[in-house]
Write a protein that binds this ligand. Structure first.
Ligand SMILES: C[S@@+](CC[C@H](N)C(=O)[O-])C[C@H]1O[C@@H](n2cnc3c(N)ncnc32)[C@H](O)[C@@H]1O
Length: 174
């Protein structure tokens, strides 16, 4: 993740004082630490989901090292199975899963899990206009579909910030 995206995550989290955060796609936890640094002053909590066991283990070590482990719960497994089963609501959801097919697949669940006034953030949403090489092109169609779902949703107001590979910022109305 680019430094400007991680700083934006920190700023948006502080600005909204989000207490309960869901992150989909942990990797080794760089973005999770940004979110956790923003919430640790008021004891906010992050639930983050990662598919790869060894990657999640490294993230847990990084959270200890960064002094934010008490603010973070890591669920290891497939987000497409975990997210539909979640029942609690969140102030902020950050979608950054590696398999971009999950962006449109989990869109309705993300909107359901967001409290009114909550923020949906999503990384890489300018992929469709970036002229990606062949490795990236299979991500374009699902991101395009996700962008249309966000833009067409009567429950969201949104924009895409041109930082990193594009960061969607959407607020749930109502
Ligand atoms: C782009 S990385 C996340 C980066 C992280 N948010 C950051 O900025 O530091 C995407 C992660 O999603 C994970 N992933 C891919 N498919 C997944 C799935 N179905 N469920 C959960 N995690 C998945 C990958 O293993 C990878 O670590």
């Amino acid at each position: 993740m680019d430094d400007d995206v991680s700083r934006m995550l920190y700023v948006l989290t502080r600005l909204t004082r989000a207490r309960r955060i869901l992150e989909i796609g942990t990797s080794i936890g760089y973005s999770t630490v940004s979110l956790a640094n923003a919430v640790k002053g008021y004891d906010g909590k992050i639930l983050t989901i990662e598919y790869e066991q060894h990657v999640a283990q490294q993230a847990l070590k990084n959270f200890e090292r960064a002094g934010v482990a008490r603010n973070i719960e890591v669920k290891i497994g497939d987000a497409r199975e975990i997210v539909p089963r979640i029942r609690e609501h969140f102030d902020l959801i950050f979608q950054d899963v590696g398999d971009k097919g999950l962006y449109p697949l989990l869109f309705d669940d993300c909107v359901r899990l967001l409290r009114p006034g909550g923020l949906l953030l999503a990384e890489d949403t300018l992929f469709p206009v970036m002229g990606l090489d062949s490795r990236g092109t299979r991500s374009v169609a699902p991101i395009q579909k996700f962008n249309e779902m966000v833009a067409d949703s009567s429950l969201l107001e949104s924009t895409i910030l041109p930082i990193g590979d594009g960061l969607t910022v959407a607020v749930k109305m109502g």
